[in-house]
Design a binder for this molecule. Structure first.
Ligand code: 5GP
Length: 112
């Protein structure tokens, strides 16, 4: 079981900023920017590479939750970044799909 599943199940605490029937968003434990929030579905999908046609709506929902969280954190006007890491070379460390919402500082490009 992943650490995110344990957060969904309420077995380990998280600093939640959003929750509905399909998704939750919470602050990253090791923030890489002044605002660093993770948006995850309650459905246990490993990564974007594992999302299927039946997840189309859910994937769109996660993106809209990311935008909503950015607004409520007050970083939408300055701008921010939404990223999902996939697999080993993508830098994924938790096998439950998640969107990183990063903001509150100037982002660099290309990412590391
Ligand atoms: P990934 O490297 O898979 O793209 O991102 C996983 C993220 O989850 C990392 O940024 C890491 O800091 C965060 N993370 C790992 N364990 C926990 C935890 O127990 N609680 C919270 N809030 N974040 C976690």
């Amino acid at each position: 079981m992943t650490i995110f599943q344990q957060i969904i199940d309420g077995n380990i605490p998280a600093d939640k900023v959003f929750e509905d029937e399909r998704a939750i968003a919470f602050r990253d434990i090791q923030p890489q920017a002044p605002i660093h929030i993770l948006v995850i579905p309650k459905k246990p999908i490993v990564s974007l590479a594992d999302a299927s046609e039946e997840d189309r709506d859910l994937m769109g929902h996660l993106m809209l939750v990311a935008a909503q969280v950015a607004r409520s954190e007050g970083i939408d006007e300055a701008g921010y970044r939404v990223v999902t890491n996939i697999g080993r070379e993508g830098g994924q460390s938790v096998d439950h799909i998640h969107l990183h919402v990063l903001g509150g500082r100037q982002m660099g490009w290309p990412p590391g």
